[in-house]
Write a protein that binds this ligand. Sequence first.
Ligand code: ARG
Length: 563
Amino acid sequence: MDTKKLIAEEIAKVVPELEQDTILNLLETPKNSDMGDLAFPAFSLAKVLRKAPQMIASDIAEKIDASNFEKVEAVGPYINFFLDKAKISATVLSQVLEAGSDYANQDLGQGRNIAFDMSSPNIAKPFSIGHLRSTVIADSLANIVAKLGYNPVRINHLGDWGKQFGMLIVAYKKWGDKEAVEANPIAELLKLYVRINAEAEEDPSLDEEAREWFRKLEAGDEEATSLWQWFRDESLVEFNRLYNELNVSFDSYNGEAFYNDKMDEIVELLEAKGLLEESQGAQVVKLDKYGIEHPALIKKSDGATLYITRDLAAALYRKRTYDFAKSIYVVGNEQSAHFKQLKAVLKEMGYDWSDDMTHVAFGLVTKGGKKLSTRKGNVILLEPTIAEAVSRAASQIEAKNPNLANKEAVAHAVGVGAIKFYDLKTDRMNGYDFDLEAMVSFEGETGPYVQYAHARIQSILRKAEFTVDVNKVYSLKDAESWEIIKLIQDFPRIIVRASDNFEPSIIAKYAISLAQAFNKYYAHTRILDESPERDSRLALSYATATVLKEALRLLGVEAPNEM
Ligand code: ARG
């Protein structure tokens, strides 16, 4: 039920001078709910009707069919509409109680695929906070579009190809220790990589050796391939441990290496379309007409392909494999020039579906207000950080609810949820400061705050032994419950807005508002007291918990029933 539209319709009936859409755009939500739920300003009619706005307002207020509303009144130049709370709350509550977690499901996608390029860490390198952001934001967006009837395809475009693997092979053959790598894959491989780079500065022959090994790898040499495979497998063991902690999974781990045999086609296509030009021995595509200054570098003078060549092959492969409605790349803002080039080259190739590709960028995370820098030792190591978040959550739970049954699982849900929620509540283009204490706090705009509101409602419902009766009419008309009803009614639109803007923060902020509105209600209303309204209050609580849990699920955050 769209109440705004209902009001616009009623106004249009008595103001034929204005189109219904114009009215819809003019309707305002008053700052203070004493002024109604929606207000129509009469200013724009003054010219047309040659009357003072105050007069127009009171004329309209008189003519409007008020039977649909609690009250319609003119105040100065505004007509204020008070919706019929009893009627609307009954409708909204019955919708949520009947649908449960399916409430607000929509079929905009009709089962079409949306590809998400997400997480995509580099083999043998540490999983960075940027990779975490990509993982968490994309996973949430995938949940959001699934709720709208699309089929999300989560693709981990691993950085598992490139000359650095030649370096790594040389280093491992010289100094590597199998057991050390197996015990601590990323740290050990990184050490080897750092060392070979340092030594290559003194001894350029190492570079030449590395290039040779990468050439062998590209040609499918057995030793090179099995070492590469092993580096990849060992790194993935570590990454997967993290994905497990985060409760994120993928439909595909096809990374850059997967496209090794699919790049010739790209180069041939570019050639056939006459798009390749030579520049200092390299093959490039000029993109001036897209306002892009730097040409896309497709092939180096030594014949080696590049990051963008692999991304071109990946884009085409995804279009063919998934016939995506949209293809989303959740990658840090520092790669925005790359994705502009990628889209433009595909467009040049005549692929209009390049318009369906979006780089969903995000900002940088700082720590203690300073930029992260491995060199300066300002780093966030994810596994120990998650463990720390979980242990902080555990001690808060210990203090609040020492007899809780499954403390460990709840602490995990709260600790991990806290990190995810903090990331997701920020507009993604804004970075944030990684502040574990603020993240895990039960107060403020945090994950634990929302989770706690949900758990509190569950405990009220348990105490009341409330069960849903879909044949019953639950209805409320007090001001505090009305704030909650309006929010719940808004949930379907909120999800669409989050999806349109690729912005999970819209859901996170919504969850905070709903939790706050409920806490306010709880402070004013003795929900469990005997009263003719008791069942409706419980139904409202139940509906709030349902929507809170669903909003958290869209963010990839669990909602324990007790905490
Ligand atoms: N591996 C890259 C990095 O860590 C991110 C890859 C992003 N996805 C892509 N299709 N280019 O910077």
